[in-house]
Design a binder for this molecule. Structure first.
Ligand SMILES: NC(=O)c1ccc[n+]([C@@H]2O[C@H](COP(=O)([O-])OP(=O)(O)OC[C@H]3O[C@@H](n4cnc5c(N)ncnc54)[C@H](OP(=O)(O)O)[C@@H]3O)[C@@H](O)[C@H]2O)c1
Length: 182
């Protein structure tokens, strides 16, 4: 996910207006449109929390399109939510069993799209192999944290750091082991 430097993925009310920053880091890399397209092709399916799904639906209603293309999208929820396309499926229950028994045999690259509650849950349960964390050049003071109540130490191995012309720093970490009590 993308976060402010102070570690928030959205404002408390869910707004992500701050994601568009008018910044220029002269020494940064240029993010080629072809690169993003090619990268998105490597993702085989998405998993997300219901609040992230609701944000995606709002974006679509506002005319910004559906972010997740035609890839299978699994929404974690205990509620009855509107299903706007055939690629969306809802799931509730044991997340470890769902990921290991149902998703891993079918999909190679499983992308947890967020939000903070699901990101933390996924790490707490030892389901994540990698963490992709993009830091935007802004502080927003308060909001929904990238990892909501993780309550564990999770040792990471830094794999890649890229600074872009937009001022965004992209960090890629490998998860080194199962979490241990902090
Ligand atoms: N900056 C970014 O890159 C980025 C990326 C993604 C999201 N976001 C933002 O993050 C915010 C949402 O994050 P969030 O932490 O509030 O919520 P979230 O993680 O998107 O969704 C949490 C909800 O998912 C459901 N859920 C979670 N785990 C479940 C499980 N194992 N089984 C069944 N249901 C489960 C529960 O909802 P139910 O009540 O439905 O059961 C829970 O309240 C939004 O504002 C979104 O725009 C930002």
């Amino acid at each position: 996910m993308a976060a402010s430097l102070d570690g928030f993925i959205a404002r408390k009310d869910g707004r992500v207006d701050w994601l568009e920053t008018a910044h220029q880091y002269v020494g940064g890399e240029t993010l080629e449109p072809g690169f993003v397209e090619a990268f998105l092709k490597t993702i085989d399916c998405y998993v997300m929390g219901s609040r992230t799904y609701e944000t995606a639906l709002r974006f679509e209603e506002q005319g910004f399109g559906w972010t997740y293309g035609d890839k299978p999208t699994f929404v974690l929820t205990s509620r009855d939510l509107p299903r706007t396309r055939e690629t969306v499926e809802f799931h509730s229950g044991d997340l470890t069993h769902f990921v290991n028994a149902r998703l891993r045999p079918r999909f190679r690259s499983i992308w947890f799209a967020g939000g903070g509650m699901v990101a933390a849950e996924c790490l707490r349960l030892g389901l994540a192999d990698e963490v992709r964390y993009s830091i935007l050049p802004i502080l927003i003071g308060d909001g929904i944290p990238f990892f909501e109540r993780l309550d564990q130490d999770v040792p990471l191995h830094l794999m890649e750091v890229t600074g872009y012309k937009s001022g965004t720093v992209e960090l890629r970490y490998e998860v080194r082991g199962r979490p241990s009590p902090g």
